[in-house]
Design a binder for this molecule. Structure first.
Ligand SMILES: C[S@@+](CC[C@H](N)C(=O)[O-])C[C@H]1O[C@@H](n2cnc3c(N)ncnc32)[C@H](O)[C@@H]1O
Length: 336
């Protein structure tokens, strides 16, 4: 297998020629069901007459991807839904359920792509469809996962935007602890936890916090039984940590992208693909996209010093992908 290459042909046929457990990460977006005309005629996936046949074809490729993935590898599939007879078909979820039913895989996340510029609808009795799932399947519990590399620019931005916390931060609570009816042991505990929370803000581990003390603050959930109220009742206080943007959530925002002259009708966002590659692989790993279209996955892999392998049935798209990859080389040469 020659890496850093885009192979022209049918993905299932080509995947069958790849060795077991030879790929670090597979990331792809198969053609959506009866959604677009890629001009592939009967050769392409997506033009089937029934959902069942479509799912069968996509799953056949998916299971080949599972076979070629290393035990530490993940298989990421992005699929879009479709209205059939006025109702959503839930095809992406039917795919995911079938994929799990017939394998030992773990679905570690379903990341929702929230589109910042979704296509407006003619039908005024439905909301605009602005999300699509990226399913992340892991081959084993040993999957590679580098959370610190995911959305790192947001961490850096948070740090840069955040001034030094005030020296007075949280100090008012020490007075409140003293004034409270807590017993001496509870007060000691409360002071210790407060000190730890202040330190966590200074270290940047949390954005801020609030403290609730028995008798001074209303119980958290209006008298309902629950974790926080129990903490207040049992220990005399609770500390609510505010994490701000530090939480890495299973949702990612990005506009829908288009290639120059709209040369490919269904390009997925380079930004999301790059973030997933940073999360799920390391430098020099091999990334495979069996429906590589305009080559977004290959481009993202190249930008991040990973190796790539693409498969695409339509020769014009292979050419387009190669052109996009060459532009990266050209830009790199300019800056050498
Ligand atoms: C949704 S597009 C992928 C777009 C790609 N993610 C990008 O950013 O450009 C799906 C691609 O799969 C290709 N395709 C359809 N059937 C195929 C098959 N059997 N083997 C290989 N590629 C196929 C289509 O030509 C199309 O370019």
């Amino acid at each position: 297998m020659e890496i850093n290459n885009i192979l022209t042909g049918d993905s299932l046929t080509i995947l069958k020629t790849l060795k077991d457990e030879s790929i670090d990460l597979i990331l792809t977006s198969p053609p959506y069901f009866q959604q677009r005309d890629y001009g592939n005629g009967h050769l392409g996936i997506g033009g089937e007459n029934s959902e069942e046949k479509y799912l069968e074809n996509v799953l056949a490729v998916f299971f080949e991807c599972v076979r070629v993935a290393k035990p530490t590898g993940c298989i990421v599939f992005n699929l879009g839904d479709k209205y059939i007879n006025g109702g959503l078909s839930l095809l992406p979820y039917k795919f995911a359920i079938k994929a799990l039913e017939s394998s030992q895989l773990f679905l570690i996340n379903q990341i929702t792509w929230a589109k910042l510029n979704p296509t407006p609808r003619q039908d005024k009795r439905k909301l605009i469809q602005a999300t699509e799932p990226f399913f992340i399947f892991a081959k084993s519990k040993d999957y590679y996962f580098d959370l610190s590399n995911y959305l790192k620019h947001l961490d850096d931005l948070n740090k840069a935007n955040k001034g030094k916390p005030s020296e007075k931060l949280g100090k008012q609570y020490f007075d409140l602890i003293e004034k409270s009816d807590l017993n001496e042991a509870q007060k000691e505990n409360a002071r210790k936890s407060l000190q730890e929370a202040i330190l966590a803000v200074h270290k940047g581990e949390i954005d801020s916090f609030r403290m609730k003390i028995k008798g001074l603050h209303k119980e958290a959930y209006g008298g309902m039984e629950g974790g926080r109220n129990n903490q207040i009742r049992n220990h005399g206080f609770t500390i609510i940590k505010i994490l701000g943007n530090k939480l890495k959530k299973d949702i990612i925002e990005s506009p829908v992208e288009i290639t120059k002259d709209n040369a490919h009708p269904a390009v997925y966002p380079l930004y999301i693909v790059q973030e997933l590659i940073k999360l799920l692989s390391k430098e020099n790993d091999i990334i495979l996209d069996p429906f590589c279209g305009s080559g977004t996955t290959c481009l993202a892999a190249k930008n991040l010093n990973r190796h790539y392998l693409g498969i695409e049935i339509k020769p014009e798209y292979v050419e387009l992908a190669n052109q996009r990859l060459k532009q990266v080389d050209f830009m790199q040469e300019l800056f050498l």
